[in-house]
Design a protein around this ligand. Structure first.
Ligand code: PLP
Length: 433
């Protein structure tokens, strides 16, 4: 058993000072029992805690660190950028450079605005959709998470579901009155909403690969159907690619499935581990954003030079096709290996993988929507999580979260992970017997 005394002490102190001891709920390990480990540093594929334990990290700061921790190209550029000042409150050339790079990967984005988080990006994109269409209602999907803005805290997947809160107190009924909820991968449920609310729906917002109820890929025709339906009905289609952008493929889900939304929201990887979000799309729509147009949206630290620098250095490396091929190949080795280990032991485990995102569902069938995800055996997941952690594998502490691989993970790490999984699954099998 690993020593975690220092983490325990810190958690006790943190709980007195910070709600639940953490600054984002799922970090508290609430769904899996046990206590969080406090991290001292990260390097490549590894995290090191304050008690000196080493972990192979599949959380990667919840997605952003696609090059791994402390990638030298990023940290060196950051040191130089910091020496030139940490924030200007005035435009810099770095913003143009990152904007151009993103557009090179995602040609559907013709104009972009940088913000500081994914939450800000989706909030702003929805305000823009309402301003552009002159309509008020929005459609989201059961199990999709788009950040913690009031209007989006309905049926919001992972974090909220993990806590067992269907909604959050403090969200006034008025804030969600115009939020309609459809079933993921269920085009008919969206059609019905449009039939009932014709000419009132401003936008449909979707995670084009859902990553906040594990990983659930779109069934064939779902995204294409949303594209067709919204275009016909005069509503905007928003792809929330905060997680999938630069994760499922270089051009995000819109590149992978060849469906171009009207607006895209981004975050995570484009900030290379620093706080960044963005929203962008067609010029005719983005031209409404202040000061080009009347829709107000602003930010003291938006386009921050350090954040832009980390994003630029990260995206530069992602131009290399070979990196993508290697990450995907390694992840397939991992997921296929996990599947085989579970099958040998008669444990129902369904593996989902899209690009560099994955999830191991303790379920009889691969889930296609939130109803399917809810059938997972979360107790089994919790045992698996704790066993893996004790063997030095850091997974997301919830059955409903996506896992990620980075360019710093190599076959050595994948094999070590499979070795740990062999022990973890064996112990689950024995405890069930
Ligand atoms: C798809 C999606 N949208 C939006 C957000 C919110 O981003 P942030 O946590 O940066 O506010 C997240 C966060 O995980 C996300 O996964």
């Amino acid at each position: 058993m690993r020593q975690t005394d220092r983490s325990r002490q810190l958690f006790e102190t943190a709980r007195r000072l910070i709600p639940g001891g953490v600054n984002s709920p799922v970090r508290a390990f609430g769904a899996v029992g046990g206590q969080p480990v406090f991290i001292q540093r990260g390097e490549g594929a590894y995290l090191y805690d304050v008690d000196g334990n080493q972990y192979i990290d599949y959380v990667l700061s919840w997605g952003p660190l696609i090059l791994g921790h402390a990638d030298p190209s990023v940290t060196e550029a950051l040191a130089q950028a910091a020496a030139a000042g940490t924030s200007y409150g005035a435009p810099s050339e770095l913003e143009i450079e990152l904007a151009r790079m993103i557009m090179e990967f995602m040609p559907g984005i013709e104009m972009i605005r940088f913000v500081n988080s994914g939450t800000e990006a989706t909030m702003s994109a929805l305000r823009l959709a309402r301003a552009f269409t002159g309509r008020t209602q929005i459609v989201k999907f059961d199990g999709c998470y788009h950040g913690h803005a009031d209007m989006l805290l309905v049926k919001a997947g992972s974090g909220v579901a993990t806590l067992g809160l269907p909604d959050s107190p403090g969200v006034p009924p008025g804030a969600v009155r115009d939020t309609l909820v459809a079933g993921y991968n269920n085009l008919e449920s969206v059609q019905k909403l449009f039939q009932a609310q014709s000419e009132q729906i401003a936008a449909v917002i979707v995670e084009p690969v859902a990553g906040n109820m594990g990983v659930v890929a779109p069934v064939s025709g779902f995204l294409e159907g949303l594209r067709e339906l919204t275009a016909r009905e005069g509503a905007l289609l928003i792809f929330d690619e905060v997680m999938t952008g630069f994760r499922v493929a270089p051009g995000g889900a819109q590149g992978l499935y060849n469906v171009t939304p009207d607006l895209t929201t981004l975050g995570k990887v484009i900030g290379g581990g620093l706080p960044v979000g963005a929203y962008g799309g067609k010029v005719e729509i983005m031209g409404m954003v202040a000061p080009a147009g009347p829709m107000y949206q602003a930010g003291t630290l938006s386009g921050n030079p350090l954040a832009m620098t980390a994003g630029i250095q990260t995206l530069k490396q992602l131009r290399d096709e070979a990196i993508w091929q290697r990450m995907e190949a390694d992840l397939i080795t991992l997921t296929e290996g996990l599947g085989a280990l579970a099958r040998e032991r008669g444990i129902p485990l369904q593996l989902a993988q899209v690009g560099t995102m994955f999830c191991a569902f303790f379920a009889e069938e691969l889930p296609l929507d939130w109803e399917g995800v809810k059938t997972c055996d979360t107790e089994r997941f919790a045992s698996y999580f704790r066993e893996m952690l004790s063997h030095g594998i850091y997974l997301a502490p919830s059955q409903f979260e996506a896992g990620f691989i980075s360019a710093a993970h190599r076959d050595r790490e994948v094999q070590a992970t499979l070795q740990a999984a062999r022990g973890a699954l064996e112990s689950i099998k024995n405890s069930a017997a």
